[in-house]
Design a binder for this molecule. Sequence first.
Ligand code: NAD
Ligand code: MG
Length: 391
Amino acid sequence: MPRKISILGATGSIGQNTIDLIRRAPDAYEVVALTGAGNIAQLAKDAIALKADVAVTAREDLLDDLRDALSGSGVEAAAGAEAITEAASRPADWTMSAIIGAAGLAPGLAALRQGGTLALANKESLVCAGALIMGEAARHGATILPVDSEHSAVFQALVGEDMAAVERVIITASGGAFRDWPLEDLAHATLDQASSHPNWDMGQRITIDSASMFNKAMEVIETREFFGVSPEAIEVLVHPQSMIHALVGFCDGGLMAHVGPADMRHAIGYALHHPARGHLPVERLDLTKIGRFDFTAPDDARWPALRLARDVMAAGGLMGAVFNAAKEVALDGFIDGRLRFTQMAEIVEEVLERRAEEAAQGRDDMTLELVAQADHLARRAAEAAIQKRAG
Ligand code: NAD
Ligand code: MG
């Protein structure tokens, strides 16, 4: 029996890597839904090739374009955020959650409510609403498998282990585009410079977040929410080669490290084949050629985002949603030229201070509505903070 699968965010970097794996074994899968946003040609091409039941674009203004591109194929076309959530709620055994940003939260929840497996690349949903996501998964008997490379690595290092024996979880960071830049140059980093990653080929937003370490800050929170480890047990280690993705330290002093090439198809494929291991088309590392692995401690002055993640975890409640929303707006501000690179962290810190009341909310009773409200207010506060700087 083929497995029914859906891919949310199918046209993005993770989505395309997922499709690459699916296409190698077409008989094994029956595709239910593919979703995208502006890239209608790609969405339609993949939906037709994979014989999806439905293709959905987030952009309502592009529905006619999608209909045209799909005409005669038998693939249903739909558009808008609600249509994406509806498509995500159609029965599927395995769903890839790879929309970028908080927009991935509601569709991810809809998929979880079917009780199948959610392969979670959309770290933002755990940062915004970890308690809600994990609670819904437990309530509906759904399985969440991490697709972020570090979290897949931790997950793999924990197979057969007792969480009570875990002392520390170490996630690595390449250091991104500006690891070796003089600190005083960071304020003048351009969009092009921030958009190229030394090791990974990813979407533009996460690439810039890697340069600022906001990506790693989000991943620290993701580690806390997904594995339930205390913030003090989570460490970040700069490892420029990006081959050790994470290490788990146990109470007997042993460290289990996960080593592999910087290719997201490993983590995606692990989630696709779990609990078995599938044969994957990724490079086999030749350690004699690599020769060495380097490690350094992250520098708080270079990457203030890491300190902010600690503040967010200490505050708890809805501060994760505030953090993510402020970060998304600040990133937009950098991309459209309204903010300097170093001002992104300033904006996020200011919003965290202004919206401190969210720390008391959603601790035990987190709902999608509360998260959406915190997200909305934080976006407004971030916009105001950006405008204040411009004016
Ligand atoms: P991307 O920008 O390449 O693709 C994003 C996808 O989301 C596209 O299909 C796009 O059409 C869709 N999308 C964009 N805005 C949307 C909206 N408002 N509503 C619905 N859909 C929308 O992003 P990516 O790099 O593939 O990252 C996807 C997710 O995976 C992110 O959460 C990211 O943090 C995570 N992730 C990515 C990588 C990577 O290697 N790219 C690694 C680890 C984790
Ligand atoms: Mg990662």
